[in-house]
Design a protein around this ligand. Structure first.
Ligand SMILES: CC(C)(COP(=O)(O)OP(=O)(O)OC[C@H]1O[C@@H](n2cnc3c(N)ncnc32)[C@H](O)[C@@H]1OP(=O)(O)O)[C@@H](O)C(=O)NCCC(=O)NCCS
Length: 162
């Protein structure tokens, strides 16, 4: 398994992981799957801002990916980013999520970012444990601010000083 910058040829793999999370989990608060054009626009937007999109690849297959974007679109938030990480179901528990998130710290520091923020759905034990293991601390808990599969969702905010 290797980590590297995403290229456009990775987008079908990224799309499959993303849509699996949309359809089968509360990790992404969308109800309907997206398409390749949406992920292409997303990749180009990240590149335009010099923000990384890192994929974990093995034998030509995308096993996971991580990236960060702006936390909120106001000048004062420019020292902070919000990241995301997804690992294909069959590849979980092998340390890939940990390596993907760790791979974002250097690029974030290199462009002057000071804080990395994760927005995690309440009850996502794997993500909460992964982020705690990487030194993220919980700094917010917003009960019931979302809804999916007929259930109200909590948002847990975690952050790490870079
Ligand atoms: C969260 C996610 C990215 C973790 O990826 P992963 O590759 O399986 O995680 P790793 O193997 O790197 O595990 C790293 C640490 O996370 C924790 N962890 C991972 N899976 C866990 C689980 N199911 N239960 C409890 N802790 C878990 C452990 O602390 C683990 O450290 P350890 O190996 O020393 O015990 C993955 O489960 C995933 O993609 N889930 C669906 C999408 C999602 O929730 N993304 C995050 C949105 S905020």
């Amino acid at each position: 398994m290797m980590l590297r910058d995403a290229v456009e040829a990775d987008l079908p793999g990224i799309l499959a992981i993303y849509n699996h999370a949309v359809l089968n989990s509360t990790a992404i608060w969308n109800d309907t799957p997206t398409d390749l054009a949406n992920r292409l626009a997303w990749l180009r937007d990240r590149r335009d801002k010099s923000y990384p999109v890192i994929v974990a690849e093995e034998n030509g297959e995308v096993l996971g990916y991580a990236s960060f974007g702006d936390f909120r679109p106001f000048d004062g938030f420019r020292i902070s980013v919000e990241h995301s990480v997804y690992v294909a179901e069959a590849a979980r528990g092998r340390g890939i999520g940990r390596r993907l998130v760790e791979s974002l710290f250097g690029p974030a520091r290199a462009i002057g970012k000071k804080v990395m923020i994760g927005g995690i759905t309440g009850g996502n034990a794997a993500s909460l444990a992964l982020h705690a293991a990487l030194g993220f601390v919980e700094t917010g808990h917003m009960p019931g601010i979302g809804i999916k599969f007929g259930q109200r969702l909590d948002l847990v905010l975690v952050q790490k000083e870079l």
